[in-house]
Design a binder for this molecule. Structure first.
Ligand code: R5P
Length: 299
């Protein structure tokens, strides 16, 4: 097996290849004067199993095109491709929320899986159940690195002082799992989002008995709106607020918004091309290498 990285890979492919003792080949890329993308694999890989690594943030649309181009090349050279997407874009549009909307995730996953994939591996994807349905017969594995967060948090905080907070109903499974690993309780906050304006509203009553340190967990921090409302409420009551988010996109001043809302610490995973000073990024490469072996994707 060989490891190849597309331009969106935030440096995970080469390190993973080192861990797995596999050869790594980086795609070359350029942008034509008219904006079209060009890719080239400088070393032909033919008739092999290939682990193709890409993240789809920032510049989601270019990242999609790169995937389509790379999969065309790799399948034409008779390779069997395992696609590792560390951040999967368009995952939140996993259904028709308002009549007349496309199911963006369905369209993306169907396009990728029609290009000769052996398996699709995601890191804490927003909608693993929907992805599983859309990939059809392609093998699908979603890796959720809870243990990477719990290892760090359990060294820093005593379990008696911790409560894990799910900022919406969709985060309950994630919160329950992290709380179990930390040996503490968890609380789910009800959230509703205006589908037209995108504004979120929380029912904060469930947080009235939280004290000590609250760890707000989420898969994605985009504008920071989901977490900021909860953090403001908790911090104004003297609770120390910690954020543990897999994919920190930090759109339009989201980091500053979180800090202003009283968030004391932010832990994130290096799954995108965004890095923000002040955020602690936790290494996931050893975890990914181990899981790829456990899942028998890599020998
Ligand atoms: C939504 O269901 C996701 O899990 C996140 O909670 C959401 O994408 C966060 O977005 P924002 O930071 O813009 O509130």
């Amino acid at each position: 097996m060989k490891v190849t990285s597309l331009p969106g890979d935030p440096g995970i492919g080469p390190r993973l290849a080192d861990y797995l003792k596999l050869e790594h080949v980086q795609f070359q890329h350029k942008i034509f004067p008219d904006g079209e993308l060009y890719l080239r694999l400088p070393k032909i890989v033919e008739g092999e199993r290939v682990l193709l690594v890409q993240s789809m943030y920032p510049n989601q649309n270019d990242r999609v095109v790169e995937l389509l181009l790379a999969l065309e090349l790799l399948s034409r050279y008779n390779n069997s491709v395992v696609l590792l997407v560390t951040y999967l874009a368009y995952a939140r549009q996993d259904k028709e929320f308002l009549a007349g909307e496309p199911i963006s995730l369905r369209s993306l996953v169907k396009a990728l899986s029609s290009l000769g994939l052996e398996a699709l591996v995601t890191v804490d994807a927003h909608s693993p159940l929907a992805i599983k349905e859309f990939v059809g017969s392609v093998r699908y594995v979603n890796l959720v690195p809870d243990e990477v967060f719990s290892e760090v948090l359990s060294k820093k905080y005593r379990r008696e002082e911790l409560t894990v907070i799910a900022p919406d109903q969709g985060a309950e499974k994630r919160a329950a799992s992290l709380a179990k690993q930390l040996g503490c309780g968890y609380v789910v906050v009800k959230k509703s989002r205006d589908r037209v304006t995108g504004n979120v509203t929380h029912v904060l009553d469930s947080l009235s008995s939280v004290y000590g340190t609250a760890v707000i967990v989420d898969d994605i921090v985009s504008t920071g709106g989901t977490i900021a409302g909860i953090a403001s409420y908790l911090s104004s009551r003297g609770v120390r607020v910690v954020v543990a988010a897999s994919h920190a996109l930090f759109v339009g001043g989201a980091y500053e918004k979180l800090v202003r809302s009283g968030v004391a610490e932010i832990y994130a995973l290096p799954t995108t091309g965004v890095t923000v000073e002040g955020v602690t990024y936790l290494d996931i490469v050893p975890y990914l290498a181990r899981m790829l072996r456990e899942e028998k994707i890599v020998e």
